[in-house]
Design a protein around this ligand. Structure first.
Ligand code: ARG
Ligand code: ZN
Length: 875
């Protein structure tokens, strides 16, 4: 079945109040649901009431206290139809269902993780708990009673505020929760089990006390301190930056070890993948700390953007996700370094969203069609969705943007809204027409701008010729012209901004050229010397640029651009161009050669004390193999890309040996560990220097000493990756792997790093290693984190291993995806997207990749999730 945006219709019935009574048991949980049903104004009394279900067993159904007879309703596991609802507009529907959480391996609905009951209802998991109008525009006030044996589940949590709790006979107990805020069913949550608690409190801007709780596996409480701190900072930031205050008496977070995604924003009861809660220096890297901070913030910010204002239907997913990602990006930028954060965001967008937008799975930020909504929790909806919000701010300016957000909260609080509603508030506060801009939501594909420049010294005129194009994407062959806010700067020979007298050919304001037509000839007058042009500063628009620019200009900008992002970009472009040239040389049977001044500039950036260490580390990180492949576009031979990248790394290392070595020594961590951004930046710089130095004679020994001397996970994991990736199979690498395994045996979350690093080892042998590791006692095909660490890393982050020319990597992949799919279709479908760029491979690999996709397509009883991905990828 294909769901279509234009088919949206309000439901005939509403459910203003929902009361749930759970009697928990692993194999037979009994639920009584009391739904207050209200027929919508104007709907005929004869309209049947059709509720969604998914694999349910109905034990009883009654209306206003009267049991229904068999002819009054139709029940299947996936649907309950009340054929003739009462004539009264309001009635009470009582449903009794039974479910088996212990047998729920899809991890949607009510399931067990590590003996803890927990739920995941977004997008359509609530229908696996009871029959319901399981759609986001049905807002209901929930009262939840949970009953369980005290020894099995001393803790009983749900959404909202605690109302009552008490002991019952036979060692049982109960708790009642009430959530006063009407919410859609996807925000329902229940958690019950034996968990340890970290308590905190927060006083809101109007002086209300909120009790905070983070619940983790008993014994792991001290690993939740950083998450608690991040939560308090998030609550404060949302008050300061957006005027948003928390609204319940309690805010709880639970960490579980089996979770399909990162985390979930259930009202007042966020449920997290424990990977994004638990951290200390011994077990978590600096990247883990940053992710925890960002995801805690993200889920908390959903309280307003997602929960108080939710989505009318799932086509509007970006209304809450893109906006909330934008908010968490801004939070992290304020907490850390804005420039470094921006570069990292753009790297992520290019690594995940660009290939999606440029391949068979491309879709608009607001899709118009889907077969399985779970497959639309994508980089496009999330990351590009965030960039679209950022562009609104760029176009309107910070004050008007904030006024628009204020109006959005005021106008739509308590509603299930649409993208049109969102755009309208910005039109209303600014008086502008955003119709052309709205194409960013409606049209898929990454727009490209071709730019060339000319300087006429006699006329003192500088001209930019800019042309936009949007490549065709599946089912959208003709594209309309977009409004692209292109931030830019003209940079003089002294590195200072160049001023102009007047400009014509496009609207230019506040350093932004507004591209709205296919072609713009933008003329700047009063410019006597030819400037360098810095384009798409701060990555003001999520586009690709084809700039006819001399390498001299690129080198100049890489050293002098005042915009930190563009300066990074200029250097990164130089690296990319060099790598692509080297790739072609290698394919042509030649030894790659690199301009000496590139390595020299790398050395200068590394040692530039005016730049933050974290920034220098990002600049020195060569474009990834997949990034290079994406920029080359077709005929990809991953082995040649790998060779090109290694040759450039070696050239940079050799040219800077002494300087890198001295800098490496000077950056050694002094004093106690701190996860703050500045300390993390120093570690990042030192670890990237290690990666270069490891390529030189004595490199394995240096990395082994780094590993042995490490006092935190960041350094330990970095050294292990350097050893195994730069010196695979050596005694140093093998010893470090064994030591790591011995040290963290029994800590599955940390062993994930061990799986991940090994799955990432470049080369033909890794397929066999992955097969072997799948039999490791710590591995479990049922646990999403294990699967993602081993199979996910292998297929999406190991270009030479996965794309082994004989197709063995694809075979292991297809086999494993199908194995995962039997339990967990959602995780399998996500894994399967690793083949989305198969058409850009060289013909030999392409044929083998296609074979693997066909293999999956013809498997029996394919889930809707996996079928959707495989068929679209092949189409
Ligand atoms: N709303 C969650 C978040 O981004 C993600 C939930 C994903 N659920 C799913 N079924 N794909 O914070
Ligand atoms: Zn989200």
């Amino acid at each position: 079945h294909v769901f279509k945006l234009e088919d949206y219709r309000a439901s005939d019935y509403l459910i203003p109040a929902t009361s749930l009574d759970f009697r928990l048991s692993p194999d037979a949980t009994h639920l009584t649901a009391l739904l207050t049903i209200e027929r919508r104004e104007g709907v005929a009394a004869s309209a049947p009431l059709v509720l969604d279900g998914d694999g349910l067993t109905l034990l009883g159904v009654a209306i206003d206290g009267q049991a229904l007879s068999a002819s009054d309703y139709e029940a299947t596991p996936d649907r309950l139809t009340i054929l003739k609802p009462p004539a009264t507009r309001r009635f009470e529907l009582r449903l009794e269902t039974e479910i088996a959480p212990s047998r729920n391996e899809a991890l949607m609905g009510l399931y067990r993780s590590n003996n803890v009951y927990c739920t995941q209802c977004e997008a359509e998991g609530f229908r696996r708990i009871t029959y319901f109008l399981d759609r986001p525009d049905i807002l209901s006030v929930y009262t939840v009673r949970i009953e369980a044996p005290h020894n099995e589940a001393p803790l009983l949590l749900s959404n909202g505020n605690p109302v009552e709790r008490g002991a019952l006979a036979n060692g049982r107990h109960y708790a009642i929760w009430h959530d006063p805020f009407p919410k859609p069913s996807y925000l329902f949550a229940l958690v019950a089990g034996a968990l340890g608690k970290v308590a905190g409190s927060f006083t809101t801007m109007s002086g209300r006390e909120v009790e905070l709780g983070i619940y983790v596996e008993p014994g792991k409480e001290r690993l939740a301190g950083y998450a608690m701190d991040a939560l308090k900072r998030s609550m404060k930031w949302d008050e300061d930056a957006f005027g948003r205050e928390y609204d319940l008496d309690v805010f709880n977070i639970v960490a579980v070890s089996d979770f399909n995604m990162g985390a979930m924003e259930n009202k007042g009861l966020n449920v997290f993948n424990d990977k994004y809660v638990l951290a200390d220096e011994e077990t978590a890297t600096d990247a883990d700390f940053a992710n925890i901070e960002a995801i805690i913030a993200h889920e908390y910010f959903h309280n307003w953007t997602g929960n108080r204002i939710t989505c009318r239907d799932w086509f509007q997913l970006c209304l809450k996700e893109g906006l909330t990602v934008y908010r968490d990006h801004e939070f992290s930028a304020d907490q850390r370094s804005r420039a470094v954060k921006r570069i990292a965001e753009v790297r992520t967008l290019r690594a995940h969203q660009f290939p999606e937008d440029q391949g068979p799975l491309a879709h608009p930020v607001r899709p118009r069609r889907y077969r399985e909504i779970n497959n639309f929790y994508t980089a496009t909806v999330y990351e590009k969705g965030s960039e679209v919000v950022r562009m609104i701010r760029t176009i309107l300016g910070p004050e008007t943007f904030r006024a628009g957000m204020d109006l959005y909260f005021e106008r739509h609080d308590g509603e299930a809204a649409t993208i049109e509603d969102f755009l309208k508030v910005f039109e209303d506060v600014s008086g502008r027409d955003l119709a052309q801009f709205a194409l960013w939501y409606h049209q898929a594909g990454t727009p490209n701008l071709t730019v060339s420049s000319a300087h006429n010294a006699a006329a003192k005129e500088f001209t930019l010729e800019i042309e936009q194009s949007v490549p065709p994407t599946p089912s959208e062959s003709r594209k309309r012209l977009m409004h692209i806010p292109l931030a830019f700067g003209l940079v003089g020979a002294d590195g200072k901004p160049v001023a102009w007298d007047s400009v014509e050919g496009a609207t230019v304001d506040d350093g932004v050229i507004h591209i709205r037509k296919r072609r713009h000839t933008v003329r700047f007058s009063g410019i006597s010397e030819r400037p360098s042009v810095s384009l798409n500063r701060g990555f003001s628009a999520p586009i690709t640029l084809s700039v006819q620019q001399k390498p001299d200009d690129q080198f100049f900008l890489a050293a002098h651009d005042s915009d930190a992002f563009s300066r990074w970009q200029a250097f990164n472009t130089l690296l990319t161009d060099a790598l692509i040239a080297a790739f072609r040389q290698i394919l042509g049977g030649k030894q790659p050669a690199f301009a000496g001044r590139l390595a020299e500039l790398a050395g200068r950036i590394a040692g530039d004390e005016t730049l933050e260490p974290a920034y220098r580390a990002l600049a020195l990180a060569l474009p990834g193999e997949a990034d290079i492949a994406r920029d080359i576009g077709k005929g990809i031979d991953p082995d040649a890309i790998f060779a090109a990248r290694e040759a450039l790394a070696r050239a940079i290392a050799e040219a800077n040996r002494a300087a890198f070595s001295a800098l490496y020594d000077s950056l050694v961590d002094k004093g106690p560990f701190s996860p703050d951004a500045a300390s993390a930046g120093r570690r990042a710089l030192r670890n990237i220097l290690l990666d270069y130095l490891a390529l030189l004679p004595g490199g394995a020994g240096l990395a082994a000493r780094h590993f042995a001397a490490a006092t935190n996970m960041t350094d330990r994991a970095a050294a292990l990756a350097v050893l195994t990736h730069r010196h695979p199979g050596t005694a140093e690498a093998e010893e470090a792997l064994a030591a790591f395994e011995a040290r963290y045996r029994g800590d599955a979350l940390v062993l994930d790093k061990w799986f991940q690093i090994q799955a990432g080892v470049p080369g033909a042998r890794t397929v066999d290693k992955v097969r072997e590791l799948m039999r490791h006692p710590a591995f479990s095909i049922a646990n999403p984190n294990r699967v993602r660490s081993l199979i996910g890393t292998f297929s999406s982050a190991n270009q030479t291993g996965f794309h082994r020319p004989d197709g063995e990597g694809y075979r292991l992949f297809a086999e494993t995806v199908l194995q995962v799919e039997k339990r967990n279709p959602q995780v399998a479908a996500r894994l399967a997207t690793a083949l989305r760029s198969w058409r850009s491979l060289e013909p030999g690999r392409q044929a083998k990749a296609r074979q693997a996709l066909l293999e999956m397509a013809k498997a029996e009883n394919l889930s809707a999730d996996l079928r959707d991905i495989v068929e679209r990828t092949l189409a």
